[in-house]
Design a protein around this ligand. Structure first.
Ligand code: GL4
Length: 836
């Protein structure tokens, strides 16, 4: 029979439905209510942390109400939905972002003020949600913000790691040490456990084909683990639209293994419980490398299986035949990490829904979309066949079947081309054989894209070349990355945001969602009064950074200097090495000068912040060098007024929010062809920092937008790199010959100017021999570009003009533009308006 909703007395329900609290008295009531009840605390013993928690819970109330309305609308309208599958979501803090998106910052500040707390102090209480390594994870976070802001029905799916990216400590010798990041320790007011949303996920066991004329098999035995949902609300900017990020936690199916427990084997009983919860205990801290660890594959399957089960349940609620799945669901694969979703969907369709193989394959390949985020070979995921056989036996069968049909089709198109078959097979021969996940993601998807023009070309001409020849170029395209201007301008640089609104004479809600509007400010570059305001804001942001460094590290920074910033994961391809060697060169040059000559030099402060993967030894050595060079430089009375160097430990989203608005120039200096896009380059430019970089990734498109007179490019170009590398191996030239300046730098390091030179030899040798990243080849060109930066900075007014021109031509790099490209050209998704 039909149930009556609501149950009970409708009037009582209606009268008691809560509305958003948006005025100061209502907000104060809500905060105090949370202090008293949710936190069981009182006015007389409330500290900043408690006040932050109460404020956060009260904001969450508003988010939940909007979330409810949004989800109800999705249920009613049954729009096509997109799901963004990412192993990483580098969200950072949520409170300030939620307040700005809800347009309640003013009211909350006033309310907390009345209650005796300073809003800025409360914001500092929040821990970063750091469930990601770097750009790939932060991109996912920007895309969630843009999806909600563009009112698109998009959910994120990820893992609720108990420990996010490690906390970085730097020993006095400059050694990176890693400590765990127990970010959930103080409770997380932004998540909502959904005890009613749980799925069982199987591992191990055996797979038996039915051999009954169907492709079906039965997968049984092994171990079952429970996936438990936690929801994080994602507020859109100035809209009711509030989407969901669903994160899975792994739990043992039963709290204890009762059999072992009864047998008195307590150790084993607890072990089984440990092994289930181990799956979501920690984020793997490697950016751009894979290790083939069983636990990592477990994470990947656990997450994709739970997410797909959830999507299928939701799809079934609308009562459409399974063949229409791709008309209601699009799944974006954030790199190859979620590729197991492809054989998992095949398994569900074939084994559980009894769909014929070809139909199932058609459904699958119309559902998935694959984004590649790197062409570095060490990042291309491969899983050993024996591991897959052991952990996911049914999926291995399915992958073999997919491969068999695929290679048959290749053979048909290119008869007799055995080498091509070997190159394109999902299975790489060797001991052991390995499954090539990028190939599986490619053939299982409707479209494949890279993340900047150059990178998308490289995907087509290198790693997936054979696939372009086989499937046609139409399947492969580009979506240049973007960043959310909410966090990366309005939130991190409120003064600049206010100046923009004032000058455009529109409320920020307008231009923050149409970033191309910034172009209208270009003529103001010629307006001296505007330039003055612009420059003063930059100066105050530099002082804010100096204050931050003073209070956290106790160091005194010269704010009259040019601020030169390189912040990103530490990796040889990103060439922090080039930067630090350039700093040493600058130091030597200063030492060569007379005191009089030095007085003409523009002071410079160089900032680094970067985490190295814990097992990446050379990267850690480079950090060590930076720290030890800083120690010498900052203490040298002759030069310290002209050159200071800081390595800021524990780089995070929150630290980036302080560093980026303060930069005059930032460095994006990867070897050409190695940085797929980069996204911090966009953030710096949007905040009026100029760009010094190589002709790589999104730098190229930034250069196109700002115009060549406003950027500083240097170095070999992508098409030349291969030949240079070849020469470095087969016709090596000594560093002295390539760059005498660099040779001198290497020799002072080696001779111990920055402490025991011997320890740096392994790093120096990477340059002396092979020089895979072209450090010596690009060095003189780099020094020349730095000189151009120095010269340009001498003309302060012209520099400010460049700064204005740079920020105001960043329209293209809004993640709103990027997400709309995915929605329109890939997912076929339409916005859903949420009625007030
Ligand atoms: C990365 C790329 O290295 C980076 O250039 C890009 O901006 C980012 C987002 O697309 O993805 N790929 C991997 S792997 N980690 C990244 O940060």
């Amino acid at each position: 029979g039909k149930e009556k909703w609501p149950r009970g007395d409708e009037k009582t329900w209606k009268e008691n439905m809560r509305a958003l609290e948006t005025d100061v008295p209502g907000i104060s009531r809500n905060i105090v209510n949370h202090v008293q009840t949710s936190l069981a605390r009182q006015a007389y013993n409330l500290d900043d942390l408690g006040a932050y928690q109460a404020a956060a819970l009260s904001v969450r109330d508003n988010l939940i109400l909007n979330w409810n309305d949004t989800q109800l609308q999705y249920t009613r309208k049954e729009p096509k939905r997109a799901y963004y599958l990412s192993l990483e979501f580098l969200m950072g803090r949520a409170l300030d972002n939620a307040l700005l998106n809800l347009d309640l910052k003013k009211q909350y500040s006033e309310s907390t003020d009345k209650l005796g707390f300073n809003m800025e102090d409360l914001l500092e209480q929040e821990r970063d949600a750091a469930l990601g390594n770097g750009g790939l994870g932060r991109l996912a976070a920007c895309y969630l913000d843009s999806s909600a802001s563009m009112e698109l029905p998009v959910w994120g799916y990820g893992l609720r790691y108990k420990y996010g990216i490690f906390q970085q400590l730097i020993s006095p010798e400059g050694q990176q040490l890693e400590a765990p990041d127990p970010w959930l320790e103080n409770q997380n007011p932004w998540e909502l456990p959904r005890l009613d949303v749980q799925y069982d996920v199987r591992f191990y066991g055996s797979a038996d084909r039915l051999n009954d004329g169907t492709p079906r098999a039965v997968w049984s035995g092994g171990q079952e683990v429970v996936a438990q949902a936690y929801d994080v609300m994602i507020p859109g900017c100035f809209t009711k639209s509030t989407n969901n990020l669903r994160l899975w936690e792994s739990k043992p199916k039963r709290g204890f293994d009762l059999n072992s427990f009864n047998a008195g084997d307590y150790e084993r009983a607890v072990e089984s419980s440990n092994s289930a919860s181990a799956i979501t205990s920690v984020l793997y801290p490697n950016d751009h490398t894979t290790f083939g660890k069983e636990l990592r594959l477990k994470q990947q399957y656990f997450w994709t299986a739970a997410s797909l089960a959830d999507m299928i349940r939701r799809f079934k609620n609308i009562g459409k035949p399974i063949t229409q799945f791709p008309e209601y669901v699009a799944i974006q694969l954030n790199d190859t990490h979620p590729t197991m979703a492809i054989p998992e969907l095949m398994r569900i369709l074939v084994d559980e829904e009894d769909v014929p193989w070809d139909t199932a394959w058609q459904i699958t390949t119309n559902t998935f979309f694959y984004t590649n985020h790197t062409v570095l070979p060490e990042a291309l995921e491969k899983w050993p066949v024996p591991l897959m056989q052991h952990l996911l036996p049914r999926h291995l069968q399915i992958i073999y079947d997919i491969n068999m049909y695929f290679l048959q089709a290749v053979e048909k198109k290119f008869p007799g081309d055995r080498e091509r078959l070997a190159r394109m097979s999902l299975i790489e021969e060797g001991f052991p054989q390995q499954i090539r996940m990028a190939f599986l993601a490619c053939i299982g998807s409707r479209k494949v894209n890279g993340v900047a023009e150059l990178h998308s070309e490289l995907v087509k001409t290198t790693i997936l070349k054979d696939f372009v020849e086989f499937e046609g170029a139409g399947k492969f395209s580009n979506v240049t990355n973007g960043i959310t201007p909410r966090r990366w301008l309005d939130q991190c640089n409120p003064e600049l945001s206010a100046l923009i609104s004032k000058s455009l004479n529109v409320p920020k809600q307008v231009w923050l969602k149409d970033l191309f509007m910034l172009k209208k400010l270009l003529p103001l570059a010629e307006d001296a009064a505007f330039r003055k305001e612009w420059a003063e804001i930059k100066q105050r942001n530099k002082e804010r950074l100096a204050h931050h460094v003073r209070t956290t590290l106790g160091l005194e920074i010269n704010t009259n200097a040019m601020f030169d910033v390189q912040i990103k994961r530490l990796h040889e391809y990103k060439r922090q090495s080039l930067n630090i060697l350039g700093v040493i060169h600058r130091y030597l040059t200063l030492k060569d000068m007379s005191a009089e000559e030095r007085k003409k030099v523009n002071p410079r402060v160089v900032f680094f912040a970067a985490k190295a993967a814990p097992g990446y030894w050379i990267a850690k050595l480079i950090i060590r060098l930076i720290v030890n060079v800083a120690r010498i430089l900052n203490a040298d009375p002759e030069t310290k007024d002209y050159l200071q160097l800081y390595f800021l430990p524990d780089y995070s989203v929150s630290l980036a929010e302080v560093l980026i608005p303060a930069s005059d120039i930032s460095q994006h200096i990867s070897t050409a062809g190695t940085e797929a896009s980069g996204t911090s380059n966009m953030k710096f430019c949007l905040n009026g920092g100029l760009l010094l970089g190589t002709v790589d990734g999104a730098n190229i498109e930034i250069g196109e937008e700002v115009g060549e007179s406003n950027v500083f490019f240097f170095g070999y170009l992508t098409p030349e790199v291969e030949q240079v590398r070849y020469n470095n191996i087969y016709h090596p030239r000594p560093v002295e010959e390539k760059s005498p300046a660099l040779a001198r730098v290497l020799s002072v390091v080696s001779q111990g100017m920055f402490g025991d030179g011997g320890i740096y030899e392994p790093f120096l040798n990477t340059i002396r021999q092979g020089d895979y990243y072209l450090i010596a080849d690009d060095f003189d060109s780099y020094i020349n570009a730095l000189k151009m930066v120095d010269d340009a900075y001498l003309d302060k007014e012209e520099w400010i003009k460049k700064s204005i021109r740079t920020a105001c031509t960043m329209g293209k790099f809004s993640s709103d533009r990027a997400i709309m490209e995915y929605a329109e050209s890939y997912w076929n998704l339409e916005p859903v308006k949420i009625p007030a």
